[in-house]
Write a protein that binds this ligand. Sequence first.
Ligand code: FAD
Ligand code: NAD
Length: 477
Amino acid sequence: MADAASYDVIVIGGGPAGYPAAIRAAQNGLKVACIDGWKNRDGSNAFGGTCLNAGCIPSKALLESSELYHRAQHEFATHGIKAGALTLDLAAMQRRRATIVKGMTGGIASLLKAAGVTAIFGNGRLLPGRKVEVTAPDGSRQELAARHVILASGSVPVELKVLPFDGRQIVDSWGALEFDAVPQRLCVIGAGVIGLELGSVWKRLGAEVIVLEALEKFLVIADQQLAGEAARHFRKQGLDIRLGARVTAAKAGKDGVTVSYTDAKGEQSLQVDQVVVAVGRRPFTSGLLAEGTGVTLDERGFIQVDEHCHTAAENVWAVGDVVRGPMLAHKGKEEGIAVAERIAGRYGHVNYALIPSVIYTAPEIAWVGQTEEQLKAAGVGYKSGVFPFAASGRARAMEASAGFVKLLADKSTDEILGVHIIGPMAGELIAEAVLAMEFRASAEDLQRTIHAHPTLSEAVHEAALAADKRAIDSLNR
Ligand code: FAD
Ligand code: NAD
């Protein structure tokens, strides 16, 4: 092994938590290396982690394509457009997805290079004393050393003992993004974010989709008014969501997969072509830590960090899915950037109370801050303003009038405490709420802010007005 090359910062993991940390550290004038071991199915390496290669980006590409297909089938006639018989070219749709991923991951490599980061493909292993052993794809090894190491090794799908992945009939989310044929009957285990997004994709493309969710309640992480509205729309779209369903066994054979589960009515079974298991993800640290590094894991396998993302080992930091908090790309990105700032002696900050959540279904779902249930449980006095997209001229023009904006504000101070949106472009609209709440805006601040007409953002404005029963474009109840 050659002598240890030395860096100010080594980042292990080049996903949305790792690569921004590397770029910001380099922008701060530090000598940086970023190591990533992602391997595509064809054996090639790529930066970008789960998000770009097998998560956020490919799923949104397919969500967009499948939604267009669905709208062409079901909405064009309403607009007065006659398109003739529609056909699906899934291979072309999948090629588009792959091209987007390739472009984006190649873009990360270019960004790292432009920032002066040494980008290394390989598996990194932290040794004691902030040394890092790198095993290249060809098996060769080198040892590097750093003043600071940032661990950003991400997460992997949880596998169920009764439903082990076989990569063909029983797949994880990555597998479900790469189907080369539309299954006739698809079972999705877990009505979480992935289950709803990927269930929607294959439903729109023609599959019969049955979603088995262990919990009795739908979308417990969301405001329950929002969750209720979402469940109504998904069921109307034909997603067969079965709550309180616990999978007990599965048998894959020539004719598909038999999934057995129990629910309130007793033992049930389903015959489907394929199963997607989407029951959550777990932190990934396999092969990452040698003996004696001082880095500790909690009982669920997350790397233990303090509020500054510092681990138990001096100058070793950890960010993204591998540490506590929501497993979201933008959360990891902010943590990575904050750590890179702290290492350079600058100010780094992540406001964990204001991390927006988005589910890219149709209607789209997005929220930030507290839910009505959380405010009730905390005994906070609040007022609520709801504005339906059915009263938005722009939403009507877009033929996308399902859903609403709900704004919750403190009853005595008027500070906005939560915004919950189900409807068109909810993921874009929520940004205004995040910004307002970052500046601790009141409902009145939003009420006094001019929103262009006709835009979807007027619904946010009107929800703020509705909180004081002063909405103009809908009834104040
Ligand atoms: P990762 O993206 O997992 O990256 C970690 C990287 O480190 C990987 O490339 C891995 O190969 C590498 N690595 C691990 N160990 C080592 C090692 N020892 N040496 C070298 N490299 C190593 N989040 C959103 O915010 N919005 C979305 O729309 C969204 N959609 C998603 C859709 C799907 C289907 C999935 C599965 C996830 C989605 N997520 C989404 C979640 C998002 O992908 C993750 O939160 C995000 O990727 C976490 O970033 P990370 O950098 O912490 O980890
Ligand atoms: P999740 O935690 O969102 O949902 C998992 C669901 O599976 C839950 O509803 C849970 O109750 C259910 N479940 C667990 N065990 C089960 C079992 N044995 N049988 C039936 N149901 C069971 O997890 P996910 O959907 O796998 O997503 C993983 C992570 O990826 C999430 O943390 C999410 O934040 C992230 N992600 C984000 C986005 C986005 O931001 N749009 C998209 C996809 C994924």
